[in-house]
Design a protein around this ligand. Structure first.
Ligand code: PLP
Length: 371
């Protein structure tokens, strides 16, 4: 079955009641029968539950994986992998990894006895050199945040496999609608479902999808159960609702973003546009090979440095001034301000999450904001 069809039918009619939309099971505890066998699959909601299971089986099918686990946030999903490592393990992170993971590496990993190496993943030679020392996990993120760098997934995954390292791909920007890392050999994908999967700026969640239901899956499921980072039933239900329109939304996000990127390229106040859909983007050919469209995220640099960037953000009227991404409304932010102290975002960089408005309205808003 094709992706769009799987997404729309992510939640089938409830067999118990015939309800076309799925129920939300808020119960925290589940009964046993007179033989003390569990009636359902779980006994206590920290293990998961019926609403989680519905979402997990839908997400596993959408990513082409064997199983998924849903978490309270994208960060808790990523950190659960780190919690499954041994003290003394080493991981390799991209130089522009999501800000939260860079901060986690700085503030927590050393304490847990896990060492980190940081690599420019757009250069596979650097990754090959980093893999000369033993590594347990290679984390990949493409397109990346906030510079939209593109990593050759098949190439990076092959290098990691040869060195015996697991690959984790943060697929939040592309979503499985546009890019399927498990088909390219990755071991695990991560999504912040707070972004495109939820899609409406009203739910926080994360998900890991595994190529195999193996010992690693069991360890991470155990970590979620015992350490408690499981998603809530209501957030799982909201993500399930979002997923049903994901394919359609990603198509429109991508078409709108391409139109905005082309207009920004022509703008006299714009020094550079970072969008993998532009032929001038250094990762365009790789992105065209591994993505079915280029997504809704982009950033651009203003002429006139930090002040010009801040002035453009503050003058936006239709774009909402807020961080985060992947929602129906378009968002604009000065990335260095959002990341705060220690940010590596260039001072003249403005990041856009392109929503589902008409592209001409978005282009007109940016034009007036930049003038
Ligand atoms: C937002 C985000 C995360 C973290 O997810 P939360 O749901 O905010 O915890 C991880 N990776 C990427 C690429 C993100 O955009």
């Amino acid at each position: 079955m094709k992706f769009e069809t799987i997404a729309v039918h992510a939640a089938e009619a409830d067999p118990a009641t015939g309800a076309v939309a799925p129920p939300i099971h808020l119960a925290t505890t589940f009964t046993r029968d007179t033989d003390l066998a569990l009636v359902g699959e779980t006994q206590y909601a920290r293990e998961g539950g019926p609403t989680h299971s519905l979402l997990e089986s839908a997400l596993a099918r959408l990513e082409g994986g064997a199983a998924s686990l849903v978490f309270a946030s994208g960060m808790s999903a990523g950190v659960s992998i780190l919690q499954s490592l041994e003290s003394g393990n080493r991981i390799i992170l991209p130089d522009d990894a999501y800000y939260g993971f860079r901060t986690a590496a700085r503030d927590f990993l050393a304490k847990w006895g896990i060492s980190t190496s940081i690599v420019d993943m757009a250069d596979l030679g650097s990754l090959a050199r980093a893999l000369e020392q033993p590594a347990r996990v290679v984390c990949l993120e493409t397109p990346s945040n906030p510079l939209l760098k593109v990593v050759d997934l098949a190439g990076a995954i092959a290098l990691a496999k040869k060195a015996g390292a697991l690959t984790l791909v943060d697929n939040t920007f592309a979503t499985p609608a546009l890019q399927r890392p498990l088909d390219l050999g990755a071991d695990i994908t991560l999504q912040s479902s707070t972004k495109y999967l939820g899609g409406h700026s009203d739910v926080m969640g994360g998900v890991l999808t595994f190529a195999r239901r193996d010992a690693l899956f069991e360890r991470i499921e155990h970590a979620r159960h015992i350490l408690g980072a499981v998603a809530s039933p209501f957030s799982s239900w909201l993500v399930l609702r979002g997923v049903r329109t994901l394919a359609l939304r990603m198509e429109r996000h991508s078409a709108n973003a391409l139109a905005v990127a082309r207009a920004l390229c022509q703008h006299p106040k714009v020094a550079a546009v970072h969008y993998p859909g532009l032929p001038s983007h250094p990762g365009h050919a790789v992105a065209a090979r591994q993505m079915s469209a280029f997504g809704g995220m982009m950033s651009f640099r203003t002429r006139g440095g930090r002040e010009a960037a801040i002035s453009a953000v503050s003058r936006a009227r239709l774009f909402v001034r807020a961080t985060s991404l992947g929602c129906v409304e378009s968002l604009i932010e000065h990335r260095a301000t959002s990341e705060g102290a220690g940010s590596t975002a260039p001072p003249e960089l403005v990041r856009l999450s392109i929503g589902l408005e008409h592209p001409e309205d978005l282009i007109a808003d940016l034009d007036q904001a930049l003038r």
